[in-house]
Design a protein around this ligand. Structure first.
Ligand code: ADP
Length: 772
């Protein structure tokens, strides 16, 4: 090997780190390393000189590429082969940390330069390096950041362009500054079209005001962003619902630049919401405000939900049901039947439960008609839906109808009347057996209809009856029709009938049905006729009787009047005989005259009584208030002498005041009290008891004494004219009680006696509270 020129000193001056290598491939022995190189590689010269470069700098086990040595090898070999400079850019070649087995990562720009002799042979290779580790690492980092930035930008661009959300930059005046594709899709405008417009141009007028207000708030810094639902007008003219999120972008000094807006098309969602709202409203209308009661039950019939209608239907708020069992509220008699239906739910999804009774809050039972639907599988319900309706009124009406139909059935079966039910709308006529019985139409009755009825009416009355019925039908207020006419029987004779009918009308007053009865009143008619005859007869007889009574009274009156005259003559002349011939008459003669006088006087009394009897009732005086007690007082004055003689006492019970004719009443009491004084027991003080009590429309009076009494066989007789029991009693004519009876009877009352011989008598009589 040729000794090289010692230019180490020169070489050391080169500021660039460098080695001088022998071209002794594959070793490439280091012959010189300058100071800069030693510093750059933290290696001392002694570790280098005389060593192969590859031994001095082996591959780092941490450099996973493991290519540092071989790349340098290749470069040096190429230098030898080509005789040209070779460069390695940013070549990683880790440096061993001397004294350790660690390496330091380093990047180098390497230049391998052949140094040739005069004959062109390579004598030395200068291996100069530049440590670019820091620069490289910085670049690398920069590159990564740069890449990341690019990536982000790209991503952002993608996001912006292909976002499912509309993104826009909007100028402070509302002009669209930039928009993504999605906004075009949402609004129907092209990008170019939109960039010519302001957001206000496509905003629905309803939404504009709030937008402007919010943007102003953003500009004033009162809010950072706002989010709202608004309406845009699509290019096609229909409106669309948008959810918008807008914020304001400012520059670093806080000056507003533009708005950033995100738009979501929520039209479908909005429509769905509206639909939901509608369906909820419908649900509310049906379930909450309807008249039906809706309940959701679990399998064991416990309530899970009850609609608020429970208050109106059952008087109970819905929350009171939840947790309770439906069967506990069903009428004991209906439970089994409802349970049978309920248990069919496994087989049928929907079951109609026949009406049953359910407990109302007030303790009453309500009839419910219910449809049960098994919706246990339905995720929205998860239960059994019971839909019930209160049909209590309907059931009541039906029951009443049934009862009244039964009653109708009973009545028509027992009555002898012909009962018919004529449906005027369907023109059907139903009649009972009575029709056949009544008119003898054994076989023909089945053909009974309006025409048959009409034709059977006596021709003389047919038109009148028909017109009357027609008139009743036409009068909207008329609900009752009645008519009497003659009706043809099967044997050809006419029966007198009376028809009474109820007319049923619809709301407009149109007759729709009539139910009536035909009664055979032939017998009644005959009876009436007979009665009428009898009455006429009676009237005639009465008139005759009145005339004869009148005659009789007239006769009695004049007879007694006429008889008075000769009687007076007898009395007068007997008186004169007694006076004038008193001296000549012996005792017997005087006695005869006395008898004659006495007889005459008694006869006068009889005639006077007769006269009075015939006058009873003739005198018509006005009615007045008559206090019976006062009457008794008057009578007591009249009989003062007798009362004293017989030591009579009166016992008066509460006596009424009557509105009546005074004289007859006075006469009654006078006669009865007179008799009580007259027919007393000898030597015993008289006790007279008078009282009265009410008996319906009349007063019953009694006058009782403690006198001699009357044997029962005479109780009737004593009221007959001239009937006297005590012949020896001189002071009676036997007419007092007859007169009394006549007076009482004329006032509409009656008189009777209760008495036994020797035990006193009680006379009873009645006076009507109202009488003529
Ligand atoms: P007379 O003028 O005889 O009293 P009345 O018609 O008053 O006639 O009475 C008929 C008869 O009834 C009397 O004669 C008397 O025998 C009997 N009689 C009437 N009142 C009483 C009386 N209070 N007690 C007993 N007998 C009586």
């Amino acid at each position: 090997m040729k000794k090289a020129v010692d230019y180490t000193a020169v070489f050391n001056l080169i500021p660039k780190p460098a080695l001088l290598l022998l071209p002794d491939a594959p070793a490439f022995t280091i012959i010189c390393a300058n100071e800069a190189y030693c510093k750059a590689t933290s290696t001392s010269e002694k570790d280098l000189n005389g060593y192969s470069i590859f031994d001095a700098f082996p591959d780092s086990p941490e450099d996973l590429s493991q290519g540092a040595v071989s790349i340098l090898q290749r470069s040096l070999l190429e230098v030898i082969a080509t005789g040209e400079n070779k460069y390695l850019q940013a070549h990683r070649y880790d440096i061993p940390v001397r004294g350790t087995d660690r390496f330091e990562i380093r990047y180098w720009n390497i230049e391998n330069i052949p140094v040739k002799n005069a004959s062109g042979e390579i004598e030395i290779i200068m291996h100069s390096v530049e440590d670019i580790t820091e620069l490289h690492l910085f670049r690398e980092k920069y590159y990564v950041t740069q890449q990341a930035l690019l990536q982000t930008e790209l991503r952002f661009k993608n996001v912006f362009d292909y976002s499912a959300t509309g993104i826009a930059l909007v100028g402070l005046d509302g002009h669209w500054l930039d928009i993504n594709q999605r906004i075009c899709d949402i609004t129907g405008y092209s990008r170019e079209e939109l960039l010519q417009k302001r957001f206000q141009d496509i905003t629905h007028p309803d939404s504009l005001e709030a937008d402007v207000e919010n943007m102003n708030k953003l500009l004033r810094g009162e809010i950072n962003q706002y989010r709202r639902e608004k309406k845009y007008i699509h290019k096609n003219g229909h409106f669309i619902w948008i959810l918008m999120n807008t914020s304001l972008v400012r520059n670093t000094s806080g000056k507003p630049l533009h708005f950033v807006t995100n738009l979501y098309d929520i039209t479908e969602q909005k429509e769905a919401e509206l639909k939901l709202q509608l369906s909820e409203q419908r649900f509310k209308g049906l379930i909450q405000d309807g008249s039906d009661l809706v309940a959701i039950l679990d399998e064991a019939a416990n309530y899970l939900y009850v609609s608020p209608t429970s208050i109106t239907v059952l008087g109970t708020p819905p929350e009171e049901y939840v947790g309770k069992n439906a069967f506990d509220l069903i009428h004991p008699d209906d439970k089994a039947q409802v349970f049978t239906f309920f248990s069919q739910l496994g087989v049928n999804k929907r079951i109609y439960v026949t009406p049953f009774r359910f407990l109302h809050k007030n303790g009453a039972w309500r009839w419910l008609e219910t449809v049960v639907t098994d919706l246990r599988e339905d995720p929205a319900i998860q239960g059994i839906v019971a839909n019930s309706r209160d049909i209590t009124e309907k059931i009541n009406v039906l029951n009443q109808l049934r009862i009244s139909n039964e009653r109708y059935g009973y009545v028509t079966s027992v009555t002898t009347d012909a009962i018919w039910d004529w449906d005027l709308i369907n023109e059907t006529l139903v009649w009972n057996e009575g029709y056949k019985k009544l008119f003898g139409y054994e076989n023909g009755a089945d053909t009974f209809n309006y025409d048959v009825w009409r034709n059977n009416i006596h021709p003389g009355e047919r038109a009148t009856v028909e017109q009357s019925l027609q008139k009743a039908f036409e009068d909207k207020n008329c609900t009752y029709w009645r008519s009497e006419y003659r009706y043809l029987c099967s044997d050809g004779h006419y029966a007198y009938v009376i028809t009474k009918a109820a007319i049923v009308r619809d709301e407009q007053g149109k007759p729709i049905r009539t139910v009536g009865a035909m009664t055979d009143i032939t017998q009644q008619k005959l009876n009436e006729a007979t009665l009428k005859n009898l009455n006429t007869q009676l009237e005639i007889t009465n008139k005759e009787l009145a005339v004869s009574n009148e005659d009789l009274e007239q006769f009695a009156y004049s007879a007694s009047h006429d008889l008075q005259e000769p009687l007076r003559m007898i009395i007068n002349f007997m008186g004169m005989v007694e006076k004038k011939y008193n001296e000549q008459l012996d005792e017997k003669g005087k006695q005869y005259i006395h008898f004659a006088m006495d007889g005459a006087l008694r006869m006068r009394q009889i005639i006077m009584d007769l006269l009075e009897y015939s006058r009873v009732g003739r005198l018509q005086e006005k009615k007045q208030f008559v206090a019976i007690e006062k009457i008794i007082e008057e009578i007591k004055i009249l009989y003062r002498k007798e009362i004293e003689q017989k030591q009579a006492t009166f016992q008066l019970h509460a006596l009424p005041v009557l509105q009546t004719h005074k004289s007859p009443v006075l006469q009654i009491f006078q006669n009865l009290i007179g008799n009580a004084l007259k027919y007393s027991k000898a030597g015993e003080p008289v006790l007279i008891e008078i009282g009265a009590h009410e008996n319906g429309s009349e007063w019953i009076f009694f006058v009782a004494d403690n006198g001699i009494g009357i044997s029962p066989e005479f109780h009737e007789k004593i009221f007959i004219l001239f009937q006297r029991l005590q012949r020896n009693e001189a002071s009676g004519t036997g007419m007092g009680l007859a007169i009394t009876k006549k007076i009482i009877e004329r006032m509409g009352g009656k008189i009777w006696v209760k008495s036994e011989e020797g035990k006193g008598s009680t006379f009873y009589f009645t006076i009507k509270k109202e009488h003529n």
